[in-house]
Design a protein around this ligand. Structure first.
Ligand SMILES: O=C(O)[C@H](O)[C@@H](O)[C@H](O)[C@H](O)CO
Ligand SMILES: [Zn+2]
Length: 299
């Protein structure tokens, strides 16, 4: 057994850090700070952070095949040009829901950008229920609504054989699975593969590892958990020194490290003094399992 090490590699003080994505070509970690309206890129070699500020809450970022990035900003799918810091709107969702914004998003193995929406929170995890939907942006920029009635659309990923789509609606306290048709991007047959235990709190961001097991960041639970979606069993718990762990991804050399984002918003002064690294970016090494590379948006 290798020994697990956790370090705060970037004391960012994010209001709500989210959507960590490893960019192999630049050995960098991309992530967002949702309410701060920032997309950040941390170079793991130079330890420098660059950031681009956008004009609305930015909830996810992903690589783009043709260069630059894509991001979900407010209720819009946007292209982001890092060099000149400009954004171009590719599609707009939830036009009838003025209080909605996007939340987590990720690109499928065929290059479609999936992201879900939610009503803006009045406090962390407090929202008007069932206002959100899950959408996918196809490479030709058309948008499909996959389902509605979502409370807080959150973590998502695909199985290694691309036949299952995993999804978290946070307030269901469940990790769900659907059958996935990679050719068409359609989902069917929703079922739960894991129910959160009380001390694990709220399921948030999620990623799959190279063995097909799921890693879920537990908001208010201060941990990431590793789940076997076939047996419904938790295989491992890794605790972090902050409560509001929001999402995770693999990165680093050979995708052997895990990066975890966190939030400060919603912590009272007393909790903040006990966890001064809240809002930082954490690196976990020694897990003994690797991740896989993230997919770029094909449009
Ligand atoms: O990071 C997110 O996904 C949300 O935007 C956050 O606000 C919290 O995680 C949420 O409140 C817990 O579900
Ligand atoms: Zn989230």
């Amino acid at each position: 057994m290798s020994s697990i090490k956790i370090e705060c590699v970037l004391p960012m003080n994010c209001c709500c850090g989210e959507s960590p994505v490893w960019e192999e070509t630049s050995s960098s970690l991309l992530f967002v700070d949702i309410p701060a309206q920032k997309v950040c890129r941390w170079d793991s070699l130079t330890k420098q952070v660059q950031q681009v500020t956008v004009d609305a809450p930015v909830s996810s970022v992903a690589l783009r095949q043709s260069g630059g990035y894509v991001a979900t900003v407010g209720t819009k799918f946007c292209a982001l040009n890092w060099e000149d810091q400009s954004t171009v709107v590719l599609a707009t969702t939830d036009k009838d829901k003025k209080n909605n914004r996007f939340n987590d998003g990720k690109v499928d193995p065929a290059g479609r950008y999936f992201a879900g929406t939610m009503a803006e929170e009045t406090a962390p995890a407090v929202v008007e229920r069932r206002q959100g939907s899950l959408y996918s942006l196809f490479p030709d920029h058309h948008v499909q609504q996959l389902f509605d009635q979502v409370d807080i659309s959150n973590g998502l990923d695909w199985s290694l054989d691309h036949r299952i789509f995993y999804y978290i609606d946070s307030l269901s306290y469940s990790v769900d699975a659907f059958d996935y048709d990679l050719q068409t991007g359609q989902i069917s047959n929703r079922r739960s593969v894991y129910k959160m235990e009380q001390e694990e709190q709220i399921p948030d961001g999620m990623c799959i590892d190279a063995e097909g097991k799921l890693w879920v960041a537990c908001y208010n639970g201060g941990r990431v958990i590793r789940l076997d979606p076939e047996t419904g069993k938790r295989l491992q718990t890794v605790k972090l020194p902050v409560d509001k762990t929001t999402s995770c991804c693999f990165g680093g050399k050979g995708y052997s490290e895990m990066y975890v984002t966190s939030a400060r918003d919603g912590l009272d002064p007393e909790s903040l003094s006990r966890q001064p690294e809240a809002g930082g970016i954490f690196k976990i090494t020694g897990l003994g399992v690797k991740g896989i590379c993230s997919n770029p948006y094909a449009g």
